[in-house]
Design a protein around this ligand. Sequence first.
Ligand code: EPZ
Length: 421
Amino acid sequence: MDKLIITGGVRLSGEIAISGAKNAALPILCASLLSAEPLTLTNVPELNDIGTMLKLLAQMGVKVERSAHTVTLDASALNNPLAPYEMVKTMRASILVLGPLVARCGTAKVSLPGGCAIGARPVDQHIKGLQAMGATVTVEHGYVHAEVTRLKGARLFTDMVTVTGTENLMMAACLADGVTVIENAAREPEVVDLAQCLIAMGAKISGAGTDVIRIEGVERLHGATHRILPDRIEAGTYLCAAAATGGSVTLNGVSSGYLDAVVDKLLDAGCEITSEKTAAREFIHIEAPARLKAVSIRTAPYPAFPTDMQAQFMAINCVAEGSAVMRETIFENRFMHAVELQRLGANIKIDGNVAFVTGVAQLQGATVMATDLRASVSLVIAGLVAEGETQIERIYHLDRGYEHLEEKLAQLGAKIRREKA
Ligand code: EPZ
C-alpha cells in the first residue's frame, strides 16, 4: 500500500485551487437515475469515491462519459436496480441510489452499507421515509429490498439530522404522486447543491438549506447541466494546514460563505482571514501567526462546526498554545486519529465523546497509520509541523476524498512525497 513521507517544518505559502465537493458530487451523480435524459456535471473532483460511484451506476445500465472534471450520465437504458455488496462495502454513500431507484423503477435492491471506522452508520431513517411514502421495504440477507407502484407524497420527520437521509428522500420525492415535506431536514450546502441540480432537471423543490424542504412530485425529470459547488471541507482542511504551519495561503475557487463556523474558530486561534466572491473570481486568504491559540469546538449539523473538520482541528490544537476541549456529537467513534497523533508526541486525553488537548511546543515525526478519510488528513497536518520525517501508511483513505493532495501541498512548499507500495 502507498504511503506518504513528510518532512515537517515548512511554513506553507502560495496558492492552490479547490476542487468540486465530494459530498455534493456523490448524491448528484445518483440524481441521474431519476431521468431518461442525459445529466452533464462539471467541476466533478477526480477522487476514488467518484470512480466507485460511476462504476456502480454503470453496472445498473447508466451510460457514463467522463473527461477530466466533466461527467455525462445517461440513465435512459437503466435496467438493473441493484447495488451489490462488493461495491457498496467500499463506499457507504452508495446508499444514495436507493431513493432514486425506487422513484424511477418502483423497485430497488441495495446492499446495507454496514458500519465504518467512525461509527455504525445505520440507514433506518432512509428506510422509514420511503415506507412513509408507500414503499414496502424489507431488510433481508444484508440487502434493503424496496417495492412500490408509485411513491406518494408524505410529511416526513427524521429522528435526527441526516445528510444523506435528507438527500435520499428529497430525490425520491421528486417523482412521487403529491407533495412531500421533510421536517428536521439537513441544511448542508451539499443538500442545497443537490436541490439546485434537481430543480434544473425540472423538480419542484423549495426550502433547501432550511430544516423544512417541500417537494411537489412531477411525472418525470429532464436532462440538465450542473456545476458542482466547491468543497468546503477540502478548503477548511488546507486552511488548517496553513494555520498549523504559520503560513500565508490563498485558496482559489472557493469563498468562506459555507465555512463561517470554521473561519470563526481560525480567527479565535489568531489567524487573519479574508475572502471574496465576485463574478470574476472567488478566494479565501489566510495569514497565520507563528503559534496558534488552542480553540475548543463542539461538532453539530450545519451551520454549526462540521464533524468533518474535527480531526483537522485536533491536529492544530496539538501544537497550539493552551488547552482545548473537543466534543464530537455526530459520530460515536471519530477520535481514532488521537492515538496516532499521540505517537507524534501529542498530549490528548479522551473521555467518551470528548477529547482534552494540551498543545506541545513540538511534535516529533514518526510512522503513523491512517484509519479514515479525515483522520488521515489530520496526520498529514501534524506531519507538516512535526520535527523530522513522518510516514503515513494506508493512505488509500486520503485518495477517497482529496484530489491530488500531495501535489497541492507541494505547490505550497511542503516537503511531501508519495512512496508507491
Ligand atoms: C454525511 O454522512 C457525509 N457523507 C459525512 O462525510 C459527514 O460526516 C456526515 O454527513 C455528517 O455531516 C456524505 O455526504 C457522503 P448522517 P451521512 O446521516 O449522511 C445517524 C466525509 O468524511 N443516522 O448525517 O452518512 C448517524 O449514525 C464523510 O466526507 C442514523 O442513526 O451522515 C450519525 O450519527 C464522513 N440513522 C448521524 O445520524 C440514519 O438513518 C448523522 O449522520 C442516518 C443517520
